[in-house]
Design a binder for this molecule. Structure first.
Ligand SMILES: Cc1ncc(COP(=O)(O)O)c(C=O)c1O
Length: 454
């Protein structure tokens, strides 16, 4: 056996004590979210009907570090720290001089990065005396993470699951139910928002968010929990990048390039923001690459505008790259990436040129995922398959340039519940749905009339 390590591991004592808040380091004044009715800057008071004060404070925190509550670190011990792998077999198969590392979040009980924020959100809601959390889920990863977290902190959980994923991933629903959650197929007839969208039976994250927000807004004992996009969600995910920094130190490497897939931006921010801060503060020369689906190309084809976070228009307006809040993306298997917008901080970094973005078609991401599975063993979720496709391109570019580049990517979940999608790919029946520029243009006509930020 060689002495070359494959895994870089930390102990439970190394679980970070703080989350990294990139907001105070971002260049320029951040554009505020706007109240959906008055179009005035939204403050903490606008969020109190659906979020507990502990999370609102994290959402607007000006501090560069936010302490992680002891109970949350205690819950993190169930699966954190997560391993960092050196993808030696993949490197050999690609015949690349690049050194490829991946931070694997699939070891969490729900199988993805989502529990990092789910436990933090459930904890703050339990502290505030909330009885139930309502939420949306795309692929079922977020819904299962929240169902798991609610059971740890004694909360009820009600999940609106995007119709296409509900049909494609029945066992994700079983998982949520095993953890005690109630699951609806969205659009559902349990809410006004769902009934108004019955003509879009495949559903979308935007529609499911509208349903979950409506449930929370109508019941004093129920709050809403969001699995991505908002500052506090991105904040919670930064345990990933902080651990990766220490693990790469163990490996004696420094990344030239950090890659992650983007749905709303939370796993990308989680792995990348601690490294972005080093670029902003210390002039480190790291590149960042965000990978998204060609069927829902928010960062690469969307427009930078104020838009709602949900389809029906109940959430604050946020400055972001958007395809239009009522654009319904084709039902690709990477359900967690079917979102019309992205986190405002990430959009700002893309706009400023600090983060590059690329879009990939469904079949090429499954090609990449299968190559990864056949060398490294882990079967990736369809979402990080987008990141893997980008890694393969970059490893090839390193070979062509004859350079020993160091690539770090986020393997943010396993695909053990996505085997119907693998079946479709392996039998040659997986489609590459075209993005409809015309549908986007129509949706953009319905954007709220708020001045475009400079
Ligand atoms: C495995 C996985 N990766 C990525 C995403 C996309 O979300 P985000 O961009 O917030 O990480 C999801 C969302 O459900 C997911 O389940």
């Amino acid at each position: 056996m060689s002495d070359e390590p494959t895994k870089f591991l930390l102990s439970e004592r190394d679980i970070p004590t703080h989350w990294v808040n990139l907001m105070p380091d971002l260049p320029g004044e951040p554009l505020p979210p706007l109240n959906p009715a008055t179009r005035e800057p939204a403050g903490p008071a606008d969020l109190t009907p659906i979020f507990p004060m502990g999370l609102i404070q994290q959402e607007v925190s000006p501090e560069p570090e936010v302490e992680i509550p002891e109970e949350v670190r205690e819950a993190y011990k169930l699966w954190r720290p997560t391993p960092l792998y050196r993808a030696r077999r993949l490197e050999r198969a690609l015949d690349t001089p690049a050194r490829i590392y991946y931070k694997y979040e699939g070891t969490s009980p729900a199988g993805s990065h989502k529990p990092n924020t789910a436990v933090a959100q459930a904890y703050e809601n339990a502290q505030a005396g909330v009885r139930k959390l309502s939420t949306e889920t795309g692929a079922g990863q977020w819904g299962s993470a929240l169902a798991f977290a609610c059971t740890l902190f004694g909360l009820e959980c009600e999940v609106f699951m995007v119709g296409s994923s509900y049909d494609q991933k029945p066992y994700r629903r079983s998982m949520m139910e095993a953890w005690g959650a109630t699951v609806h197929r969205s659009p559902s007839d349990a809410t006004e928002a769902g009934r108004s969208q019955a003509s879009h039976p495949t559903g979308s994250l935007g529609i499911a968010i509208s349903e979950a927000v409506e449930v929370a807004a109508g019941d004093a004992g129920t709050n809403y929990a969001l699995g991505s996009v908002l500052n506090h969600v991105l904040l919670h995910q930064t345990v990933i990048g902080q651990e990766a920094i220490r693990q790469l130190e163990q490996a004696g490497d420094e990344p030239d390039l950090v890659i992650g897939c983007v749905g709303g931006g939370s796993n990308f921010a989680g792995i990348a923001y601690p490294f972005v801060r080093r670029v902003l503060r210390d002039g480190a020369k790291t590149r960042f690459l965000a990978a998204e689906p060609a069927a829902c190309p928010t960062l690469t084809r969307g427009v930078y505008r104020y838009d709602f976070g949900d389809t029906v228009g109940m959430t604050p307006l946020m400055p972001m790259f958007t395809l239009g809040h009522d654009f319904v993306p084709a039902p690709v298997h990477a359900g967690g990436l079917r979102y019309h917008g992205d986190a405002p901080s990430l959009c700002g970094l893309v706009k400023a040129g600090l983060v590059e973005a690329r879009a990939y078609k469904q079949n090429e991401t499954f090609d990449a995922a299968v190559r990864f599975a056949r060398t490294e063993g882990i079967i990736p979720a369809p979402e990080p398959a987008h990141a893997i496709k980008a890694v393969l391109e970059e490893a090839e570019a390193a070979r062509e340039a004859g350079e020993e580049r160091v690539i770090l990517f986020g393997l943010c979940g396993h695909g053990n519940f996505d085997l119907a999608a693998y079946d479709a790919y392996l039998s040659g029946s997986l489609e590459d749905p075209e993005f409809s520029e015309e549908d986007m243009r129509e949706a953009l006509e319905r954007l709220p009339d708020v001045p475009v930020p400079a």
